[in-house]
Structure formats: structure tokens, C-alpha cells
Design a protein around this ligand. Sequence first.
Ligand SMILES: Cc1cc2nc3c(=O)[nH]c(=O)nc-3n(C[C@H](O)[C@H](O)[C@H](O)COP(=O)(O)OP(=O)(O)OC[C@H]3O[C@@H](n4cnc5c(N)ncnc54)[C@H](O)[C@@H]3O)c2cc1C
Length: 404
Amino acid sequence: MNVTGGEMFDVAVVGLGPAGRALASRCAAAGLTVLALDPRPDAPWHQTLSVWADQVPPWLRPEACGIDVVAHRVSSPALYAPGRAVLQREYAVLDNDALRRALPLGPGVTVERETVDDADLRGLTARAHRVVDCRGAGGRLNRGPLQTAYGIVVDAADAAPALGGEAALFMDWRTDYAHGGSDDDDEIGPSFLYAIPLSADRVLLEETCLAGLPAPGPAVLASRLRSRLAGRGVSRAAIDEPLSVERVRIPLVPRPGGAGDPLVEAFGTAGGHGHAATGYSVAAMLEAVPAAVLALGAGYPLPEPRSPLSTTLHGVGLRALLRADDRTLRALFAAFGRLDGRRQRWFLDAASPSYQVAAAMWGMWLSMPVRDKAGMVAAVVRPSARRAVRAGGPARTLPPAPAG
Ligand SMILES: Cc1cc2nc3c(=O)[nH]c(=O)nc-3n(C[C@H](O)[C@H](O)[C@H](O)COP(=O)(O)OP(=O)(O)OC[C@H]3O[C@@H](n4cnc5c(N)ncnc54)[C@H](O)[C@@H]3O)c2cc1C
């Protein structure tokens, strides 16, 4: 790509996923000149993006931007691990088209259709005072731990037996996917059902492996999902001919490396805004946008997504998720369900300060039975992740927890 050019921009934003688009749009709104580069800047976002409703930042609410970015809300989703708990928090599925409209790339943003490699990224410092890498967590090149899921969207009436009377299932760790005698359960480790209404008449039913290295592929998760749903009485027709299919592959830690130039910074999942133990990033990234815009305008470094200690604690959580056996993992989420709502937020919110993450993790630890505490200790000290034979190979020794 041509890294020289006439105009010197205030900011170059590389990658126009949710993070890059939000940053580019808000920088332009703040009066900065922005160069935005992405090979497919107009490509729609097909993934179902959800946040907790209270995480929609003030500047993105209808009263501020004139657009409602939430497609559907659901109150009090349930958690089964295997006992039932209810999360007293409203969950919101984003309307991706509305989100893009609320993040316009107006006249202040010059968009170029370019693929930018690391060398190009450094070269962009000749075209912009600040260069921000928003190219995501590395896609297929990221060889680290992944969250994977396979989901189908069905009519609400068809989904009703899967929900069993709940408004939504945030995590259903019950093992009824083994219905029908599947013999692969020990091989890929535990997974849970995520069942979220996308609108009044459509529901996403998704079998999810929270963390794997290697992570199970879509075929084995689809097989579990079909088995689970059929066992609950969802019709074969709805399972076999869904309205749409969703395949999830979320790198849980950023791609190592980076541009290797102090003048190039990173934002979004490239910059560590993802939560290593949940895979969510969008809420934390949106919350971080105003401070990032201020820093870019004022000439300060971009703020870190969270403290190094919080990142380390998330890394410990991820380590446990990757290594824990089924029983321990369920005990962990049962303990999460017993936390008060405030501590649940502290654990789930990717930008929580370290004392909040630590308090939430300590609360989970305290309420775990002794046998499961032993399982947690064994998981954290175990050198390798669970095996995931059908997912494509033996378990690998894990990289160290992400540094802050
Ligand atoms: C099915 C699915 C469901 C999900 N659900 C949720 C959810 O409910 N909540 C949540 O918080 N997260 C969810 N995620 C994760 C979420 O999608 C990502 O964390 C989020 O998209 C990351 O945003 P980003 O802008 O940092 O990176 P990305 O979305 O990866 O965007 C990166 C952008 O950079 C561009 N790019 C890549 N390489 C280059 C290059 N070399 N040069 C120039 N441009 C480049 C790409 O074209 C893309 O536009 C989900 C993911 C999937 C797949």
C-alpha cells in the first residue's frame, strides 16, 4: 500500500470492525481528521452482538444519538450449573445495522480499502500523527485459546421447549446434550446452551465451549446442540431447517506481537479490550471510546483497557476454564450464580478494576465445596488444557497468561 500521501491526518484507524468504526466515528465527531483503512469497510457484521443493557454507554443511547442500537432486551436470564440461578440484570442484543448508523463515517473520515500489514502500519506514521491498530484479535492467525459455538435461530414457538419457561438461558450447563448416548462428551469437555431471544419471534439457540485449546469445531458442537434440543422436545424440522446458523470463533487473548513501534497503538480486541474468560469485548470497548478519543486529541497515550492485575486475574480464570474437568467447571459457575449481582457484574465486566475482579473470584472460591476447590487448584496448576480429540489434535501446552 502507499504509505505516503499529501494530507497529514490526526489519526489513522486500521480496521473498521466495531472497535475501529466506533473510534473513527467518535474521533471525527470530536473534530479530528481520520484516515480509516479496511479491505472491506462496508462489510456487514453478521455476529449476534450482546451486552448487558446497562453497558450501552450514555453517548450511544437514543436520547444522545437519536438511534436505538438495541434490537431486543431480556430481563433476568437464567443460569443452570446444574442448579438454577437468575441473573438480575437486563441483557440486550444489539441491532448491528443501527449500531453502524449510530457510528457514521462522515466527512471527517477518509476511508481507504486497504489490507494493512505490520510494516504498513508503521509506515502510516508518515500519514497520521497517531496510528491505531483495530484489526481485531488476529482471526485465523491467532493460535491461542478460543471460544467456539454453533447456534441456530428458530421461531420463538419452536424454541419454547428448549427454554423450559425461562425468558433466556445465559448459560445452561446441564448435560442433557448426552441424550441419545453420544460418546464424545469426555473428549471435548463441557459446553453450555446459550438461548437468547433476538426479537419477539426469533430465538438463538447456541451450544458454546467457553474456552478450548484446541477448541471444539462447529460439527461436534452442532451434534451436541441437536441432541440437546431434540431431548427437550424441539421439533426435528426446527432443528434441521433453522432460520439461520451462527458459528462463533472468538480468540480469547490478542495475537502476540503487534507493530513493534511505540507510535502504533491498539484498540478493541487488538488492544486487549476482550475479556479473556468470557470472550466479550464490545461493551468494554464502547465504554473506552470517549477516553481514547480524548487521549488521541490531547496527545496522550491510549489508556490501558484495564490494570495489569485485572488482566492477570482474567488470565487465571481462563487458565482454570481451559483445564478444569466437567464437574469443577459446573461447580465454578454454580458459585458464580450464588454471587450477589454486584460481584457478578464485577467478574463479567471486562474493564473492572482488580479489587472488584479479585472480590468476585474470592466470593466464588469461598462458596465452592472443598472437593471442587481441590479441582480448581488442580486445574490451575495443570500444565495442559483438556484434550479435545475430535476438535483436531492433542491438547497443547498453554502460553502464559496475557500480560497487562
Ligand atoms: C458469532 C459471534 C458472536 C459474538 N458475540 C459477541 C457478543 O455477544 N458480545 C461481545 O462482546 N462479543 C461477541 N463476539 C466477539 C466480537 O464479535 C468481537 O470481539 C468484536 O467484533 C471485536 O471487534 P474488533 O473491532 O476489535 O475486531 P473485529 O470485529 O475482528 O474487526 C477487525 C476489523 O479489522 C479489519 N482487518 C483485519 N485485518 C486487517 C488488515 N490486515 N488490514 C486492514 N483491516 C483489517 C477487518 O476487516 C475488520 O473489519 C462475537 C463473535 C462472533 C464471531
